[in-house]
Design a protein around this ligand. Sequence first.
Ligand code: ADP
Ligand code: MG
Length: 318
Amino acid sequence: MGEFELIRQYFMPLARLHGSRSVLLGPGDDCAIQSIPPGSDLVFSIDTLVEGVHFPIGYRPDFLGWRALAVATSDLAAMGAEPACFTLALTLPEVDEPWLRGFARGLGRAAESFGLVLAGGDTTRGPLALSLQVHGLVEQGLAIRRAGASVGDLVVVSGTLGDAGAALDYLDALSPSEDEQCVLEQYHHPQPRLKLGIALRGLATAAIDVSDGLLADLNHILESSGVGANIVRAQVPVSLALARLKGDAAVDYALNSGDDYELCATIPEATWATAPEALKQHFTVVGAIEPAPGLRLDGIDVASGSEATGFDHFRRRA
Ligand code: ADP
Ligand code: MG
């Protein structure tokens, strides 16, 4: 099977799933064309996943397809953007049709679920790796950035944290328990919080998706915004499954492990007080922004800077 036959068979169907109104031309030409509606900003981001680094060697291809697009799309959610389309640069060691079928199935399900149409890509031979660029649209000037948090803001997080990080302990389990299955599901099928991100537009002063752990990701907001924060350990939301599996250590997973793709945002206290219940029910207040720089946990300094927390490729390998 040649490169073009492979694209036609496995990837063209993802370009037709459901037209994105803004994609004028999809795969098959030298470039794709996306029109930007007047009054909108184009918001875009690229993520690369390398086998053995970002996902386990031999990882299920349908899970990989979902996860890869979810991880990329989560960045759109964090900006409050409406998903539009994506491109896929795929490097494959060989043409393995069962693998491609599974991968395209997982990717297609994710694309449909998130409202993204495949607009183009690149297919090459080499060690398994993929890069996905996602495009979203947001009303001009309303994208939520990392810089913007200020004193008087609360720190909120969506959902629960820590499941995906804990799941790494069970990836090889032959017959995982029900709780283990719950946290594994969070790792295999993360849900980018697109609706919540859009709902935060105009309310949140800053937002980020939690890919590297709450402390590390909140630190990015603090550094960009030039403020500090205190987090109340007892308020950090964890799932029942994680609490049962890890006991007192559950919160440590929530604070330090990544891959959950929930949102962390800062919102002025008065805005929060009057925010719709339908929004508030998806978030937990975990702390507050403070004038003193740095991040504190129950008032005690967390070793400063992103070097102390979360995942950093270059640090780990050094
Ligand atoms: P070029 O040489 O002009 O860059 P390519 O041969 O790389 O073109 O790709 C031909 C067409 O197929 C392009 O429109 C490209 O977007 C599309 N394409 C290539 N790989 C993929 C893929 N994995 N998924 C979707 N579209 C793809
Ligand atoms: Mg090309």
